[in-house]
Design a protein around this ligand. Structure first.
Ligand code: NAD
Length: 291
């Protein structure tokens, strides 16, 4: 069984990006600058944003964190987004989700200039992705594609089952896996909460990408021998034996699934680090696409 090591793969990508940044610097060119807007004090969101800012610093990017209080109005947030759209110093930016309930996330997504939308959430970029045109690919699905590509996982003609159809993970994942662009070239089944007989479907799968947000959902009896399993889920489970009081688990029951797999990504240390590496790749791309 091959472990799809997101930490090592992400480190390799970050080294490549750091080398590109050194080149830009030595040529006297501007280094990529990523901004992140964080509205409110949600603990998980703060952790994610801090990790993104730190990753930027580590590869030599400039980064700006815009913190706004939870009671920020939609109008104020849209005005801040407009400022970043118009700021020539900022190459790309993200608005950390989820947003407080009184702010319409769709309006916010639409307000981000597509050429600075390094999360790849703007409908224009989603459309471009669907047509296979150059664009920013959403970070998590792109991270999974990078992982499969760098581990030379064969996808051509394979049966791929994606579990979960969210806008940011499952749906773009199914599109990328079904496009004829390397490494996605599979026959894809997109499954969701209304899917019947899921186990019958997953048992046919050569590749299963799991993103439904339920701890330990995919079990060994749902997986055929020799399958490749990518676990996107991430959950904190209370665990008194840990110093932190919790441990991280995915949507896959690793203990029963791993022995049947040709390859599997663990949690933690799988897709999570790949998501951040993808964001850095998109920010570097923002600079080259603008040229
Ligand atoms: P979401 O809640 O937006 O979507 C879940 C999807 O799963 C829905 O489309 C739903 O139809 C489907 N679903 C629910 N129950 C199902 C069932 N019984 N069978 C089949 N499908 C079912 O979730 P999301 O934002 O896509 O996130 C999914 C998981 O991935 C979460 O655990 C999240 O924390 C994690 N995640 C991880 C990263 C990362 O970087 N590692 C990034 C984004 C999300």
């Amino acid at each position: 069984m091959l472990l799809l090591d997101g930490n090592a793969t992400s480190a390799a990508i970050r080294t490549e990006i750091a080398e590109e940044v050194s080149k830009l610097k030595s040529q006297g060119k501007k280094v990529p600058h990523l901004a992140a807007i964080l509205v409110g004090e949600d603990g998980a969101s703060q952790t994610y944003v801090n990790a993104k800012v730190k990753a930027c610093e580590n590869v030599g990017f400039e980064s700006t964190l815009v913190r706004m209080p939870a009671e920020t109005s939609e109008e104020e947030l849209l005005s801040t987004i407009k400022g970043l759209n118009e700021n020539p110093n900022i190459d790309g930016f993200i608005v950390q989700l989820p947003l407080p309930k009184h702010i319409d996330e769709d309006k916010v997504t639409l307000a981000v200039a597509p050429q600075k939308d390094v999360d790849g959430f703007h409908p224009e970029n989603v459309g471009r992705m669907s047509l296979g045109l150059p664009t920013f690919l959403p970070a998590t699905p792109n991270g999974v594609m990078e992982m499969l590509g760098r581990y030379n996982i064969e996808t051509v003609g394979k049966n791929c089952v994606v579990i979960g159809r969210s806008n940011i993970v499952g749906t773009p994942m199914a599109i990328l896996m079904s496009r004829g662009t390397n490494p996605g070239n599979a026959t894809v089944t997109l499954t969701h909460s209304r899917t019947k007989n899921l186990k019958e479907i997953t048992l046919q799968a050569d590749i299963i990408i799991v993103a439904l947000g339920k701890p330990n959902f995919l079990t060994g009896e749902m997986v055929k021998q020799g399958a490749v399993v990518v676990d996107v889920g991430i959950h904190r489970i209370e665990d008194a034996s840990k110093k932190s009081g919790f441990r991280l688990v995915g949507d896959v029951e690793f203990e029963t699934v791993a022995p049947k797999c040709a390859a599997i990504s663990p949690v933690p240390g799988g897709v999570g680090p790949m998501t951040i590496a993808s964001l850095l790749q998109n920010t570097l791309k923002a600079v080259t696409m603008r040229k």
